[in-house]
Design a protein around this ligand. Structure first.
Ligand SMILES: *[C@@H]1O[C@H](CO)[C@@H](O)[C@H](O)[C@H]1NC(C)=O
Ligand SMILES: *[C@@H]1O[C@H](CO)[C@@H](O)[C@H](O)[C@H]1NC(C)=O
Ligand SMILES: *[C@@H]1O[C@H](CO)[C@@H](O)[C@H](O)[C@H]1NC(C)=O
Ligand SMILES: *[C@@H]1O[C@H](CO)[C@@H](O)[C@H](O)[C@H]1NC(C)=O
Ligand SMILES: *[C@@H]1O[C@H](CO)[C@@H](O)[C@H](O)[C@H]1NC(C)=O
Ligand SMILES: *[C@@H]1O[C@H](CO)[C@@H](O)[C@H](O)[C@H]1NC(C)=O
Length: 519
């Protein structure tokens, strides 16, 4: 009995051992991927476009390495490694993509160095001069650290466009929006915790990153702080110098054990919090949490000498997905179809100021409801009715657009600034556009000389053909008739009848005459 039990236990142990070995085998690929690289030791390197595995955090949720950006090159980046999108949260060289064969190395003297494919240093941390790190590590928070006796450098101190929970922004710290959704170079908006403690969002003087127009500020609503805290449960708030917690910037509460969380200033200039379910059972995309900042960027950028949320001559509209999209008014098209924020251009030739009265018939007014183009005004008059406003714009070569509200007509001249359409706007925009089939320099009354030449040539050609044909007919008729008359009539008779030619030519020459006159 006892023997049996021992045997039984023995079998159990064997089974456990098998299980354990099988488990180890399963773990092997993951461990080379994850565990072995937890501490990146001196001398280790990664090469862009090679089979090198990125340096991952112990949980495998974050990775550090090269990410390909379209066909343009590689970003040295940190990304969410367990979601298919591989969303990038940080990058070193967003304005200077690395090419195939570039390397990142933790050198023997403890520097993290990005070399281009010819071996030239293009980025180094910590900045030269300080002591080197003993090791590097990708942490489970998404922070990549260079450490020795102390933390020498961490990616959390040098954010690009995203903050992760537990990543705080210190005085002077800033986030710069990417250029486009999939173009990570510096874009047109930024968020900065100014040294005066005010958290501000600015439009930038793109392609520079200098601040232009502040469209959000905590000074009046929340106050000034000395640090922006983003805690694990998704709260984001300023802390005053004396330690007081000020009103939250974001007050969403997120179960961080179930959801990945990030706060990103997007290419459209909006600072948003996003969540993504960690488990496969949930939905499979980044979801925007409530209370994005600002709530409607289309309405909030009111700067009289700049591009606004969209470019010149375009208008901004907040979609149901809370994204601000840029559109062109009727008669206009994007000046660069790969960059909607660059603005729009006319598809027609402007009204001729030398002959405005001749051109009035060539233009029409297209209505746009709930739209406004502030800051391009050059003339206001009232009282006037809507038709008076239309006529006034049509007959004024400076007028690109008029807005009409109540009894007030405001004429505006391009480029149009800060265009926006929104249900809260009561204005009606009257867009002046050239009537589509009447292109510049020709109206229905004018004749196109080239068309006349073509008509003339066709007529001339066909008349010569007719002449030759009739001559042939006459010739055949007379020869036959001559034969029947048994050559009684002399040859010159035929020659006289050949003079028919003159008559025929003259008759067919009528359109030819027209042609000469018309031309
Ligand atoms: C990484 O290296 C440091 C310094 O050698 C050590 O203190 C730490 O425990 C190591 N971490 C891991 C996960 O091995
Ligand atoms: C991103 O946009 C900039 C500015 O237009 C351009 O120079 C750069 O090539 C773009 N990068 C990619 C990866 O398309
Ligand atoms: C590497 O960078 C250096 C310095 O910026 C530059 O002169 C060189 O052309 C680059 N090499 C390649 C292959 O891009
Ligand atoms: C985050 O901050 C909020 C508000 O101060 C607090 O209620 C919450 O407990 C904090 N969460 C964590 C994980 O510290
Ligand atoms: C801390 O500073 C804030 C303003 O910066 C002030 O309103 C508050 O009273 C101060 N609290 C303490 C305890 O000093
Ligand atoms: C648009 O403007 C009209 C007239 O000013 C107004 O009645 C309406 O509520 C606005 N909003 C929408 C969505 O049409």
């Amino acid at each position: 009995m006892r023997c049996l039990r021992i045997q039984y236990l023995h079998i159990m142990n064997l089974q456990l051992l098998y299980c354990f070995c099988f488990f180890l085998l399963l773990q092997l690929p993951f461990s080379t991927n994850g565990q072995a690289y937890n501490n990146v030791s001196l001398g280790k390197s990664l090469t862009a476009a090679s089979s090198d595995l990125p340096w991952t955090s112990p949980s495998g949720e974050f990775a550090f390495g090269f990410q390909q950006v379209s066909n343009a090159g590689y970003l040295l980046a940190i990304w969410f490694n367990k979601i298919p999108e591989r969303t990038i949260v940080w990058s070193a060289n967003r304005n200077n993509l690395a090419q195939r064969g570039s390397t990142v190395q933790l050198t023997a003297d403890g520097q993290l160095v990005l070399n281009n494919q010819s071996g030239t240093r293009i980025w180094t941390r910590p900045e030269l001069g300080g002591s080197g790190a003993a090791y590097a590590a990708m942490l489970d928070t998404g922070n990549f650290v260079l450490a020795g006796q102390a933390n020498l450098w961490q990616s959390f101190d040098e954010p690009t466009d995203t903050l992760l929970p537990s990543q705080n922004l210190n005085l002077g710290g800033e986030l710069i929006a990417p250029f486009q959704e999939k173009n990570y170079s510096d874009g047109r908006f930024k968020l900065i915790l100014q040294t005066d403690g005010n958290l501000v969002m600015y439009t930038t003087a793109y392609p520079l990153t200098t601040s232009i127009f502040a469209y959000f500020s905590t000074q009046s609503s929340i106050g000034s702080g000395h640090q922006l805290i983003f805690n694990q449960s998704g709260y984001m708030y300023l802390v005053a110098t004396n330690g007081t917690i000020l009103n939250p910037v974001f007050s969403n509460s997120v179960p961080s054990q179930d959801l990945y969380l990030r706060a990103t200033i997007d290419y459209d200039g909006v600072f948003r919090q996003y969540v993504y379910p960690k488990t496969a059972s949930g939905g499979k995309s980044w979801t925007i949490l409530p209370d994005s900042i600002p709530s409607n960027i289309c309405l909030i950028i009111t700067y009289s000498a700049g591009r606004g949320a969209c470019g010149f001559n375009s208008y901004c509209r907040l979609g149901d997905d809370q994204r601000a999209s840029c559109r062109c008014p009727y008669g206009y098209t994007f000046s660069d179809h790969d960059d909607e924020r660059k603005g729009c251009k006319k598809t027609f030739i402007s009204q001729d100021c030398d002959h405005p009265s001749q051109e009035i018939d060539s233009f029409e007014i297209r209505d746009m409801l709930n739209t406004s183009f502030p800051y391009a005004d050059y003339e206001v008059f009232r009282p006037v009715d809507e038709d008076g406003c239309r006529q006034s714009c049509l007959s004024d070569c400076y007028c690109d657009v008029a807005t009409f509200k109540d009894d007030k007509c405001t004429k505006k001249s391009g480029p149009l600034l800060n265009g926006v359409t929104d249900p809260s706007i009561g204005d009606k925009v009257l867009m002046k556009v050239r009537i589509a089939n009447r292109t510049a320099g020709s109206s229905a009354k004018k004749r196109d000389p080239s068309a006349l030449i073509v008509t003339g040539s066709v007529l001339l050609g066909s008349s010569i053909f007719l002449i030759v044909l009739s001559l042939l007919g006459v010739y055949v008729f007379f020869t036959r008739w001559n034969r029947k008359k048994q050559k009684v009539i002399p040859q010159h008779h035929v020659m006289r009848d050949m003079n028919l030619q003159n008559f025929t030519y003259n008759e067919v020459g009528v359109p030819l005459d027209l042609f000469t006159k018309g031309y």
